[in-house]
Design a binder for this molecule. Structure first.
Ligand code: SIN
Length: 304
C-alpha cells in the first residue's frame, strides 16, 4: 500500500477550547498532527506518516513556513512509495498557501490541504471528517495537483477561497465551482485535476521576499497609502478594486505614479466571485480571476 504523508502546520483543526462548547474562543495550533491522526479510527486502514512542519495559527503564516512546506512536500512527493501529501492548515490563510503551493509545485501527485472551523475538542468537531476525506482524496489513483478538502467539497488550490468566517462550509471556488464532492467516502468529480506549470522550489529560496502590499479602493480613498508604500520600498502593490477592476481616481493616479517608478502593480477585484473582464487596454494590468491575496502571492513569487 502506498503511503500518505501528513504535514501539520497548526490551525483550528489542531485547536483546543477551554470549554468544549466554545467554537470561537479557543486557541489554534495546540495538538500535534500525530495525535490528530491517532484520534481517527477510520484512518487505521491507511499507511500514514506524520511530520510537524509548523504549529501556528495561520494568521501568522510566514514565508519561512511556506518555504519549508514547499520543500517537505516536494521531498515526500519524490518518494516512489508516497501516493500523496495532506497538509493540515488553519482556514484563515489556506487560500494563500494553496495558491502558493500550486504555483511553486504544480505537482503530478496530490497535495491536499485540509482544515477545520471548530477546534479539535469541540462537541462536534469537523476536523476529523475533513482529515479523513483529505487522506482518501490523496490516496486516489490518478489524483494530482494542489487541492483543498473541507466540508465534503474538494477545491482546486488555484481556485479555493474562504467565504465565511464561522460556518463549517466556509470555502468555495468562486466561479470555477468545486472540483468535486466526497459522498460516502467516494469522490464525485465534476472537473479535471488542476494543472499548471511549476515555478519550482528555487523561487522560494530567497531570504529577501519582495515586499508586496494590498491597498483597497473604496469610497473616499486617496493615494496617500500608495505613496507611502513606494517610499517604504514596496516592490509590488495589488489594488483590491471595486467592481470590475475599477479604482477611485486619486488611487489610480497614485498607482500609475508607482508603476512609473518601477513598482509592479496588479488590479484584482475585491468582489468575492468572478474575475475582472477587461473592456479596453488598461494602463494598470489586471490579475484576472485571482483574488487580491492570490495576486499578492503571484507577485511575490515572480518579482525578481
Ligand atoms: C487559523 O487559521 O489558524 C485559525 C482559524 C481557523 O483555522 O479556522
Amino acid at each position: 500500500m502506498k503511503r500518505i504523508v501528513i504535514l501539520g502546520t497548526g490551525g483550528t483543526i489542531a485547536g483546543q477550547a477551554r470549554q468544549a462548547g466554545d467554537n470561537v474562543g479557543y486557541t489554534a495550533a495546540q495538538i500535534a498532527v500525530g495525535d490528530l491522526l491517532a484520534a481517527i479510527p477510520a484512518l487505521a486502514g491507511f499507511a500514514l506518516e506524520a511530520e510537524q512542519v509548523a504549529q501556528v495559527d495561520s494568521k501568522d503564516m510566514s514565508f519561512a513556513i511556506w518555504r519549508a512546506l514547499a520543500q517537505r512536500s516536494a521531498h515526500h512527493l519524490a518518494r516512489d512509495e508516497v501516493a500523496g501529501v495532506v497538509i493540515t492548515h488553519g482556514t484563515d490563510t489556506l487560500e494563500e498557501t494553496a495558491y502558493f503551493l500550486h504555483r511553486v509545485l504544480a505537482p503530478a501527485k496530490p497535495v491536499v490541504l485540509t482544515a477545520a472551523m471548530r477546534p479539535a475538542n469541540a462537541l462536534a468537531p469537523d476536523g476529523p471528517q475533513n482529515l479523513l476525506d483529505a487522506v482518501r482524496v490523496a490516496a486516489l489513483p490518478g489524483a494530482r495537483g494542489v487541492l483543498a478538502c473541507v466540508a465534503g467539497a474538494v477545491h482546486a488550490g488555484c481556485d479555493v477561497r474562504k467565504v465565511h468566517p464561522y460556518r463549517i462550509d466556509a470555502f468555495d471556488s468562486g466561479d470555477a465551482g468545486a472540483l468535486g464532492y466526497i459522498e460516502e467516502g467516494h469522490l464525485r468529480q465534476l472537473r479535471d485535476w488542476p494543472a499548471g506549470e511549476a515555478l519550482g522550489l528555487a523561487c522560494t529560496q530567497r531570504e529577501d521576499w519582495p515586499r508586496v502590499d494590498i491597498v483597497v479602493s473604496a469610497a473616499g480613498v486617496d493615494g496617500a497609502l500608495v505613496d507611502a508604500l513606494v517610499a517604504l520600498g514596496a516592490r509590488g502593490i495589488v489594488a483590491a478594486c471595486t467592481g470590475n477592476g475599477t479604482l477611485s481616481a486619486a488611487l489610480e493616479s497614485a498607482l500609475l505614479r508607482a508603476q512609473a517608478a518601477g513598482v509592479a502593480v496588479l488590479r484584482a477585484t475585491r468582489v468575492g466571485r468572478g474575475g475582472i473582464v477587461e473592456t479596453t487596454a488598461q494602463a494598470l494590468p489586471s490579475a484576472g480571476a485571482l483574488t487580491p491575496v492570490q495576486a499578492r502571492v503571484e507577485l511575490m513569487l515572480t518579482l525578481r
